[in-house]
Design a protein around this ligand. Structure first.
Ligand code: GLN
Length: 533
């Protein structure tokens, strides 16, 4: 097993995750089996209890674990499925150490960061790598070097390097800013950052400089000289129009061959043609549609990262640029005009009452004016509520999440959820089988009778209302095999009015777009053509 550790310097949000995923992708393109571990040094046990509008989206894995959005990048770039164990947090490590202490495993000893916490980190990494049966394990350390929280992890990795030698390499991603006034690239932040890494006993094997533009002449040599790495090991990673270009940018600099040689692996030819074709259709679309995303706090777009990527994948397949227009749900109550100029609409997942009435204003417009519509999770539930209110005439219908005493709880708390007190990790989460009925839009798009998709919810369609809703014209085209839970609703009378209880965005991949997103983009294109002619 070989390890590549990716650390970050100077500032967070450098795109370290994209660099790490790109490295993984390039190795995989050479036929190596790659897995990835993301280390998040915060104390939360997992990302499930962190506000996505602060930290970015909570990504859901097959096993239902709630993890950092970077794991989504790994899944998309590498086309693999990871598990909760691929995301290590301080909370998870400390929980283990404390459990052992209570059990008496360390009896008589003072339990300390070194060696007890660092040993546990090393054990975790080793176990995940071994179980994956991969050739190479990418380990990305969240945050920036120098943060108090990441110290135990970096120390554990330093210790690992002692034993593993060339089987473990360090890639340090740092900031390479360009001055506004004279357009000069500055290496000082990189120098300081590398110095900081060295102080904790880690010698970077490669330095990746992230900046607005590619490294100018002499910059690689300068960094090489100050930071004690050969100039070929200084890699330029300028801003790219699409994140999916990053592997190609790195490949051009012979980065992988150098890395492979250094690790003692054999060089192999890389297969990049399919990826290049995908990137090409992302960069040179022939058509364009505008999709309105009706959400809450739409300002932090990382909160909807997988949705954005799913649109990119679907768009690429249709040679279409999907422009997203972020619409604040609460504004819709007053300003109706916000829904003009969109070709299609998506109402994403969400929680709580705020913004829910605004979302239903949007859904009603979509239904009545036949705007292509996709609702996800909360978007699905609100579509059912809107239908019950305005088509079935159950004026006070609601989800009990919004209005507990509604006389028509068309969306209610799942029976098994009623006993649960803890809010962390207790939703119905992860992959579950779904049966799709023949002759429906859903079946046409998936082309299968059974699929598996990922979930994250506490509420669901109340079975007592299913018949009435279907008689009113909203069809449940997919459900769990026991038919107890509704999974997809669609309106046969509209061109595309589809909503799912599950989250289709998590399984979308560059060359395998999610069928429901593909359906929305396609319908939006058709609608656009129709309104132009
Ligand atoms: N709040 C809803 C529920 O808990 C929807 C959740 C979601 O959109 N992820 O069921």
């Amino acid at each position: 097993m070989k390890y590549i550790v990716v650390t970050g310097g100077v500032i967070s949000g450098l795109g370290k995750g994209i660099v790490a995923s790109s490295i993984g992708f390039l190795l995989e393109a050479r036929g190596y089996k790659v897995t990835a571990i993301k280390i998040d040094p915060y104390l939360n046990w997992d990302a499930g209890t962190i506000n996505p509008y602060e930290h970015g989206e909570v990504f859901i894995l097959e096993d239902g674990r709630e993890v950092d959005l970077d794991l989504g990048n790994y899944e998309r770039f590498l086309d693999i499925s990871l598990t909760g164990a691929n995301n290590i947090t301080t909370g998870k490590i400390y929980e283990r150490v404390i459990k052992k202490e209570r059990r008496g495993d360390y009896l008589g000893k003072t339990v300390q960061i070194i060696p007890h916490v660092t040993d546990e980190i090393k054990r975790w990494i080793g176990a995940v790598a071994k179980k994956s049966e991969a050739d190479i394990c990418i380990i990305e350390v969240g945050g920036t070097v120098g943060d108090i929280e990441s110290m135990p992890f970096l120390e554990a990795l330093r210790q690992l390097k002692l034993g593993l030698k060339e089987d473990l390499l360090f890639v340090h991603v740092t900031l390479l800013p360009t001055t506004e006034a004279v357009g000069e690239q500055k290496t000082k932040p990189t120098q300081h950052s590398v110095k900081e890494v060295r102080e904790i006993g880690i010698d970077p094997d490669f330095i990746v400089g992230r900046g607005r533009e590619a490294m100018k002449k002499g910059i690689k040599e300068k960094i090489s000289l100050f930071c004690n790495v050969p100039s070929e090991a200084v890699i330029s990673a300028p801003d790219v129009k699409s994140i999916y270009q990053m592997p190609l940018v790195l490949e051009k600099q012979d980065f992988m061959n150098l890395l492979i040689k250094k690790m003692g692996l054999t060089e192999r030819k890389s297969k990049l043609s399919e990826w290049k074709r995908f990137v090409n259709s992302v960069l040179h679309p022939r058509k364009k549609v505008v999709i309105g995303i009706v959400g809450k706090y739409t300002a932090l777009q990382d909160a909807y990262l997988s949705i954005r990527e799913a649109f990119r994948h679907a768009g690429a397949k249709l040679s279409t640029e999907v422009k997203l227009k972020w619409i604040e749900a609460e504004d819709l109550i007053e300003k109706r005009g916000l829904l003009e100029e969109i070709d299609g609409m998506l109402v994403p997942g969400g929680f709580g009452p705020r913004g829910s009435e605004g979302k239903m204003v949007a859904i009603r417009e979509a239904r009545e004016r036949d705007i292509p519509f996709l609702g996800i999770c909360y978007g699905f539930q609100l579509a059912v509520v809107e239908f019950a209110r305005n088509v079935l005439g159950l004026k006070e219908a609601c989800s009990t999440e919004i209005y507990e005493k509604t006389p028509h709880p068309v969306i209610y708390l799942m029976p098994e959820q009623r006993r649960i007190k803890d809010l962390g990790g207790t939703m119905r989460k992860g992959s579950y089988p779904i049966r799709i009925e023949g002759g429906t839009i859903a079946h046409e798009l998936y082309g299968k009778n059974f699929v598996e998709e990922r979930h994250r919810h506490r509420y669901e369609v109340n079975p007592a209302y299913v018949e009435e809703i279907e008689q009113g014209g909203l069809k449940f085209s997919a459900y769990t095999p026991d038919k107890r839970r509704m999974e997809i609703a669609e309106l046969p009378t509209n061109s595309y009015f589809v909503a799912s209880q599950f989250h289709p965005e998590y399984k979308s991949r560059p060359n395998k777009p999610s069928p429901l997103f593909y359906g929305l983009v396609k319908a939006s294109l058709a609608k656009q053509k129709q309104s132009k002619s």
